[in-house]
Design a protein around this ligand. Structure first.
Ligand SMILES: [Zn+2]
Length: 286
């Protein structure tokens, strides 16, 4: 095949499931035609390097070419990807399915729905049901008392990621800051330092839960918590968002050293951007 001969429509096309991820749909075609998934992808887009990259970003031209091969519309192909997700929320996209909905997921392993990779969800975006973790367990969350705030946090993160809507700041950036390490006094033994995160200053049960479960929380670079612990982070985001910039300044007091400098820089940037946004909105009202 040369670049001047675009791939033809596949003779047999499988209908996508509601909310199916593009890589999953391509993978099911690969199984059907008994070729590796990357071969199927490169049959459609010879320049494509990976299915993950295709889920994250497609050019308009690539959407058109894929749509032609699968006899569908470019807009439908686009909706199967994370092309709409704002860059600041990309770190909240899991690499593997992290959860599923017993109502909407046709299977545990395949097909994979787009919602199974959204690291900020505790409820299904299609039906509103509570999600189950990828292992199918329905672990009770130790943070049930924060459920109302967690749902607000989920909506804040969802509005930003899926629709680019922010309030005074970026909820995804708040989530990142809340997973930074904090210090407690008296200083714990060195091998326990990892347990203490900024989030624990807002959700006091967190330190004990993490200690009891012997489960380290993820880093700020990839702030996707296990599903049953996720309500704590979502609630933390909602609480900081509602309290406003001063709460970020207060949280700085729980840190020291380089971490404190990094936290302060990020927080002051967020506060400055919020002030600028407020000023420009006021100007529009004059
Ligand atoms: Zn559902």
């Amino acid at each position: 095949m040369t670049e001047t001969t675009p791939p033809r429509q596949l003779p047999v096309r499988l209908a996508p499931y509601a909310d199916e991820l593009l890589s999953s749909w391509i993978g099911r075609h690969a199984s059907f035609y008994a070729v590796p998934p990357l071969v199927m992808l490169q049959h459609c887009l010879p320049e494509a390097s990976s299915l993950r990259a295709t889920d994250l970003h497609l050019s308009g031209d690539q959407e058109i070419r894929l749509a032609r091969v699968f006899a569908t519309e470019p807009a439908i192909v686009r909706r199967m990807t994370f092309g709409n997700v704002v860059q600041s929320s990309h770190r909240l996209l899991a690499a593997m399915p992290a959860q599923y909905c017993t109502n909407c997921s046709p299977g545990h392993t395949a097909p994979i729905l787009r919602s199974q990779l959204l690291g900020w969800r505790i409820t299904c975006p299609l039906c509103g049901n509570q999600l189950r973790d990828a292992g199918g367990r329905e672990l009770p969350s130790p943070f049930r008392q924060y459920y109302g705030a967690a749902l607000r946090g989920e909506k804040l993160l969802d509005d930003e990621a899926e629709r680019g809507v922010r309030t005074w700041t970026s909820p995804a950036e708040i989530a990142r800051l809340l997973l930074m390490r904090r210090v407690i006094w008296p200083l714990p033994r060195e091998h326990e330092l990892w347990r203490y995160r900024v989030l624990g200053a807002i959700i006091p049960d967190l330190d004990d839960v993490v200690a009891a479960e012997h489960e380290n929380l993820p880093t700020p670079a990839r702030p996707i918590l296990p599903l049953h612990l996720r309500p704590a982070l979502l609630a933390g985001v909602a609480i900081v968002e509602r309290a406003g910039p001063e709460m970020l300044r207060m949280l700085r007091g729980h840190m020291m050293g380089d971490n404190k400098v990094r936290f302060s820089d990020a927080a002051e940037n967020m506060i400055a951007r919020a002030a600028k946004l407020r000023a420009s909105r006021q100007m529009q009202l004059i």
